[in-house]
Design a protein around this ligand. Structure first.
Ligand SMILES: Cc1cc2nc3c(=O)[nH]c(=O)nc-3n(C[C@H](O)[C@H](O)[C@H](O)COP(=O)(O)OP(=O)(O)OC[C@H]3O[C@@H](n4cnc5c(N)ncnc54)[C@H](O)[C@@H]3O)c2cc1C
Length: 394
């Protein structure tokens, strides 16, 4: 059988780009397809202003893919995670220190547009990777022996494996006949960057009240100002109203919600709104076909799990491609078995955390404050949950 490529990746978001780098760096022939080239400038129309806190296993994957060197200079280390419950009269604040479980930071925060820029540069440098932008995957024929892919320009490609990283709405998931279950939390996240007078000291701060967390994640200083990225989750109607406020009125509400953390704040970016919907595919595989990243699982942005879970999919795929025949039934069964249950369990945990964080009633708020204190103050529970949060073995 003559294959045009080993692995055809659909989607050049951060996950598809990382997969191209990780698999291409192992010597596999990779073709990466996306209807548009990645947006790689901060001020470019359509730039993704979100930031991602890459956790330790994600860094290891990118390091081995040869992509970390380009990212390291722009990454802000996260050494402490501060959880504040500001609902009651006596806010509960607890610090979770990375040094409790290892001598490395929890994670490294990077703007998504910059992640795309550096991953694209690495993919372009790999001879094994072919980039085909300005066309999409239009149809799939998945057979036992090969996958036949037709692109929107009519080109046909025979691949050992199709890797769908085509996002939450995943057209390829539908083409492969795989269903998905969604939960709409009725929340929206507003994402923006702020400057503040006090340094962040590499502490990420998550403030809970009702409606969802308000999270400040450290960014590098710029123009002499200390900066943080903010993800503010709340009920969708309230957020739509806030998106329409002028900057001063918006900042006033943001400062009130920050419960004193790093205030006063100065807005230093535009605002972007993201509806919060989780989605889990019924299966992650079909013949010669794998779902990964948000095409397989999308979750609320709590605990920096989203893209980190996606990079764990890619790390497993890289290992399976090294161990056996790419796209074989044995490989696909192994991916399904080892990934689906783990991701479903992680999403159940995030779902619980998000529902607890939304809760506005006094009993739930009291339980949340008590729970944060309890988790923190019992050292073995604290370190166990920190390890699980990092995606490492307990
Ligand atoms: C507010 C917010 C904050 C977040 N913060 C974090 C965080 O701190 N840490 C973390 O780990 N995660 C975080 N996440 C999650 C993370 O941002 C997402 O998981 C990630 O951006 C999604 O990347 P992706 O590559 O899976 O999908 P996408 O970026 O959606 O990329 C999908 C790509 O597929 C392409 N495509 C679509 N159809 C086709 C087709 N037919 N053929 C070929 N290509 C196609 C699209 O053009 C697109 O480029 C956050 C999410 C939100 C909403």
């Amino acid at each position: 059988m003559a294959f045009d490529t080993d692995i055809l990746i659909a989607g050049a978001g951060p996950a598809g780009l990382a997969a191209a780098c990780a698999l291409g760096a192992e010597g596999h022939r990779v073709t990466l397809v996306d209807p548009a080239p990645p947006v790689t400038g901060e001020d470019a129309p359509g730039a993704d202003l979100r930031t991602t806190a890459l956790l330790q296993p994600a860094r290891a994957l990118l390091d081995r893919a040869g992509a970390w060197d380009g990212l390291a200079a722009h990454a802000t280390e996260l050494w402490t995670m501060r959880i504040v419950d500001a609902a009651g009269p006596d806010p509960v604040a607890r610090d979770f220190d990375a040094l409790d479980i290892s001598d490395a930071p929890f994670g490294w925060n990077l703007p998504n547009w910059l992640l795309r820029r550096e991953l694209l540069a690495r993919a372009e440098a790999l001879e094994t990777v072919t980039l085909r932008f300005d066309r999409s995957v239009a149809s799939l024929l998945l057979r036992e022996a090969e996958a036949r892919v037709t692109l929107s320009d009519g080109a046909r490609i025979a691949a050992r494996l199709v890797l769908a990283c085509d996002g939450k709405a995943s057209p390829l998931r539908d083409m492969a006949g795989i269903g998905a279950r969604s939960v709409d939390y009725g929340q929206t996240a507003i994402v923006f960057a702020v400057a503040h007078a006090a340094p962040h000291d590499n502490v990420s701060i998550e403030v809970h009240r009702a409606g969802g967390p308000f999270t400040l994640v450290p960014l590098p200083d710029r123009d002499g100002a200390h900066r943080s990225a903010v993800v503010w989750m709340d009920e969708a109607g309230a957020q739509i109203r806030r998106m329409d406020l002028d900057d001063d009125a918006f900042l006033g509400e943001a400062e009130a919600r920050a419960a004193g953390a790093l205030v006063p704040l100065r807005l230093v970016s535009r605002r972007a709104a993201w509806p919060i919907v989780s989605r889990l595919a019924d299966r992650f595989t079909a013949r010669r076909f794998v779902l990964a990243a948000e095409a397989a699982h999308a979750m609320p942005p709590i605990g920096a799990q989203g893209l980190n879970t996606s990079l764990a999919d890619i790390a497993l795929l890289r290992n399976l491609c090294a161990e056996g025949e790419i796209g074989s039934r044995a490989m696909l069964d192994s991916y399904q078995r080892r990934r689906w249950t783990e991701v479903a369990a992680r999403m159940a945990g995030i779902d619980l955390l998000n529902r607890t964080s939304i809760a506005g009633g006094a009993p739930m708020q009291a339980a949340r404050g008590w729970g944060i204190g309890l988790i923190h103050d019992i050292a073995p529970v604290r370190t166990l949950l920190m390890r699980l949060g990092l995606g490492r073995a307990a």
